[in-house]
Design a protein around this ligand. Structure first.
Ligand SMILES: Cc1cc2nc3c(=O)[nH]c(=O)nc-3n(C[C@H](O)[C@H](O)[C@H](O)COP(=O)(O)OP(=O)(O)OC[C@H]3O[C@@H](n4cnc5c(N)ncnc54)[C@H](O)[C@@H]3O)c2cc1C
Length: 637
């Protein structure tokens, strides 16, 4: 984390200097009548988007929420490793690591073959495969995740805060103008309930959940399972003789149904999901009147011979959900040739069961994908056509999620021991759980070749940085201060592109790496120079980092190209954090771990949402230029 670039300022470095003119929100302050982006809904999708946009003073953002304030408990709790990597970029990955429960193992319980009325442990699986991410899979209250995003927003230069007690009622798009073409009608849900107000926006993002008004306004419909699947969920403080209560457990009884146990933050709390359609017929019929007491009774029957003594029910709910998906995530119908103005994200465009623990994760990943694209377009750096890539990229991932969730639900629901489901040495559901781990970790996402994802012609230069997949971090040592760290952690959620230049065996002055650095710094037509504004820092749009094969001490005295020690900010202070060597303390050699070609080196181009966009030889200046021509517009100043 770097700070004081613009001069010394005491206090919490996470609280950025406020820009003049930020909107003061006292109780009687009027709502704005015009904004750049209006976000509907303060769930994970909306807050993740707002936290990104809040960093940009030139973008006027508003986020509305019909509830009177933030939620305090309940809803989802699973944060997969990919989302933890994203949290790191927002600056609160370490906070979540400290506060959350880490899912290290998942245990499987099934009817005991000797006594079908009792359950016994049939297997255990390491939950995060070795080397799949530097971050853990965690469980934490959704409300706490909201709070962390709200802090990022409030501490951002725009001091963005939600407008609570306002919801989107309707919207219309005026295609005859480019100037705030979306008129949104907001409705008050607080003390002035029913009062309406209109706001004009350049873009509207519906993060307003499964019953999205924004989706309805643009003619979107959720298609899929009509039959809703019902889950009883409760967060409890309880004592039990069940030995795996601090492990994630999938428990399947012979006749009483299935439950899922998720231990939670703080050491005492845990969550139980009871699959209501698997309960006996009487209870299924009465599921509408199902209470926490019924759930506790069901859990005690399912978990025989073990018992649970509940001391406090913290939160409980009946969570009814189908597997459903809209046709697209924006307002442009198939075959229509225009750029989108309205988007949907998260549960507003796809819903699925809580079994795979993906709801909150996929929702945030949607808006992390959209955020930087909106920023680039609103800053005038990219053509609005860039925004078409949001629906194209995210719809495919949502479809995959729903298909996998379906398959998983089918396997989980099969009667235990059914022959066609038991394969070899382990039950089918355990086997499937292992096969799904990359997917449930959020690590299987792969964007197809497009203007934002280059061809794989030079993939062999770094097979471990797969084009289209998220940048898989690995250990390095920062040369200037010998700091052991993860290379991926240099990327903040700041809308910037990154080029990681891995040096080849020749890394002296005159090498391909030095020539690349000189081109980027000195040629006005290089990608770094061409797309930044006249008064912007050299790394304002594309941030170059170099990784050498030597350890830090061999590099300390090496004369570095200017672009690797640039002077930036209003004081022109030198940046010492652009150059890395390999780890010298047995954490591993990044060149070896990711298979980077030691002789030639390479460039790895990474998007602002941490996905690998391209792998190119260090001397491929022209190919790099033509790739970025598909991303940015030439500057007009
Ligand atoms: C009661 C409940 C229990 C849940 N339990 C679980 C669970 O146990 N496990 C699990 O994995 N997932 C659970 N989920 C789902 C999980 O919370 C979602 O998948 C995840 O929150 C999706 O994030 P989102 O931001 O897309 O939508 P949401 O979190 O649903 O957020 C949508 C937000 O939009 C607001 N909103 C609604 N209408 C409007 C409007 N007209 N204008 C503006 N804003 C509006 C809502 O008040 C809400 O704050 C639950 C959801 C709910 C609602």
């Amino acid at each position: 984390m770097q700070f004081y670039k613009e001069g010394f300022r005491g206090g919490d470095p996470d609280v950025k200097s406020a820009v003049p003119g930020w909107r003061v929100r006292d109780s009687f302050a009027a709502l704005p009548s015009e904004v750049d982006v209006l976000i509907a809904g303060c769930g994970p999708a909306g807050l993740c988007l707002a936290a990104q946009l809040a960093q940009f003073p030139e973008i006027k953002t508003m986020i509305v929420e019909p509830k009177p304030g933030p939620i305090e408990k309940g809803q989802a709790d699973g944060i997969n490793t990919r989302t933890m990597e994203m949290f790191q970029a927002f600056g609160f990955g370490e906070t979540v690591k400290r506060e959350s429960y880490w899912v290290n193992q998942t245990a499987f319980w099934a009817p005991n073959p000797q006594n079908q009325g009792h359950i016994s442990r049939i297997g255990r699986v390491q939950d995060v495969p070795e080397g799949s991410s530097e971050m853990p899979h965690t469980l934490i209250n959704q409300a706490r995740v909201h709070e962390l995003f709200l802090d990022v927003m409030k501490n951002a230069p725009t001091r963005l805060e939600p407008d609570y007690s306002w919801g989107v009622k309707d919207l219309v798009i005026d295609l005859s103008t480019e100037d705030q073409p979306v008129t949104v009608t907001l409705e008050n849900t607080g003390i002035n309930a029913g009062e309406t107000k209109t706001v004009r926006a350049n873009y509207v993002v519906g993060c307003d959940g499964a019953r999205s008004k924004v989706r309805t306004a643009i003619g979107g419909e959720l298609h899929g399972d009509a039959a809703h699947q019902a889950w009883g969920v409760m967060d409890i403080l309880a004592n039990t003789d069940f030995p795996d209560v601090r492990q994630k457990c999938l428990i399947s009884s012979a006749t009483e149904g299935n439950i899922l146990i998720l231990p939670r933050e703080g050491g005492y709390l845990f969550r139980m999901y009871v699959e209501l359609d698997k309960l006996n017929p009487n209870e299924r019929v009465s599921s509408r009147n199902f209470t926490a007491d019924h759930m506790i009774a069901a859990a005690n029957r399912i978990m025989q011979p073990y018992a649970i003594d509940v001391k406090e029910v913290v939160w409980w709910s009946i969570y009814e959900i189908g597997h459903r998906l809209t046709d697209r995530f924006d307002d442009v119908a198939e075959g229509v040739d225009r750029n989108p103005r309205v988007f949907t994200a998260g549960d507003a465009c796809h819903t699925h069961s809580p079994k795979a623990g993906q709801g909150m994760n996929v929702s945030m990943q949607d808006s992390f994908n959209l955020g930087w694209k909106l920023v680039q377009v609103l800053q005038g750096r990219s053509d609005p056509h860039l925004l078409c890539s949001y629906s194209a990229e995210r719809w495919k991932e949502a479809k995959r999620l729903i298909d996998t969730d379906h398959q998983w639900a089918r396997i989980m629901s099969a009667p235990p021991g059914e022959s066609e489901l038991d394969s070899g040495d382990m039950p089918r559901f355990q086997k499937q759980f292992i096969e799904n781990l990359e997917f449930t970790g959020g690590l299987a996402v792969k964007y197809l070749p497009s203007a934002l994802t280059g061809p794989d012609q030079f993939q062999a230069l770094a097979p471990g940085f797969e084009i289209g997949r998220r940048f898989h971090s690995a250990p390095v040592v920062r040369v200037a201060d010998a700091m052991q760290m993860q290379l991926g952690h240099v990327a903040e959620a700041d809308g910037r592109w990154r080029i990681y230049a891995f040096a080849g065996e020749d890394s002296a002055a005159g090498s391909d790496l030095y020539r690349l650095c000189r081109w980027l710094m000195e040629d006005p037509d290089s990608v770094v120079q061409k797309y930044r504004g006249q008064d912007e820092d050299i790394d304002a749009v594309i941030d170059l980092r170099a990784i050498f094969q030597q350890s830090f001490d061999a590099l300390l005295d090496q004369e570095l190209p200017e672009i690797l020690k640039p002077c930036t900010g209003k004081l022109g202070l030198q940046d010492h954090e652009k150059v890395f060597g390999v780890d010298h303390k047995e954490a591993g050699d990044i060149f070896e771990i990711r298979g980077v070609d030691r002789r030639k080196g390479c460039m790895v181009v990474v998007r602002p949402d941490q996905y690998v966009a391209h792998v190119l030889p260090l001397n491929a200046h022209e190919a790099l230029s033509s790739f970025f021509e598909g991303v940015f517009k030439p500057r007009s100043d």
